[in-house]
Design a binder for this molecule. Sequence first.
Ligand code: MLT
Length: 239
Amino acid sequence: MNINVIISPCGVEELYFTNKSIVIIDVLRASNTIINALQNGAKEIIPVAAVEFAVKISGGMFDGRFLLGGERNTKKIDGFALGNSPLEYCEEVVEGKTIVLYTTNGTQAITKAKFSEFLTVCSFANLNAIAKELIKRENDFEILCAGRNNTLSLEDLICAGSLIEKISKSKDDLNLTDSAKVSVELNKSMGKNIKEMLAETYHAKLLIENGFEDDITFCSQLNSSDIVPLFIDNALKLP
Ligand code: MLT
């Protein structure tokens, strides 16, 4: 099984993803927002690459079954019902709803990989569930880290390494690219205490400055969910 890690969507063309199996990781916070929304009964999440597009899509939906969510510079966008704190996506708010989601990096990565044959979203929360799915599929796959502002994010790379390490416990035929090997080594050296590791990242410091300290704790949960989101017909949903 060949595994590659792409440290940021920057510089990779949309067509690169055609017919591939892709795992998107955006630990802080889009992956966790998506996982928690689906866990709490959201019907689907439509990820979009521009705020204007989110507004346009939602313009045709007047029946109260959709919500606009997302962030700009970590904060809720004017006119949107929800920000990008996974804690906002509780059952009472999201059950049965279609969520149109825009985030600075996470939804950009997802929409960039829209031509892939298989696309899922991972964080520490659903790491075991994603590992199980990838082992079952037995296909080569690539992990696309959302990163931040066109460069890498430590937390995404460590989560990628943790996912590969988990899979390596069940499969001994893994062929890793250099970036995949780097992620595994980073996880070994820095991934033992997820909460402490996250708190030291640039992104976490920004979130704390903006009052989202609880999100760091939430996003550090390991294997708290069995959710495997699948990107089907332009939306993330459960199979
Ligand atoms: C992103 O997609 O850039 C993030 O999820 C940003 C955030 O809400 O912290």
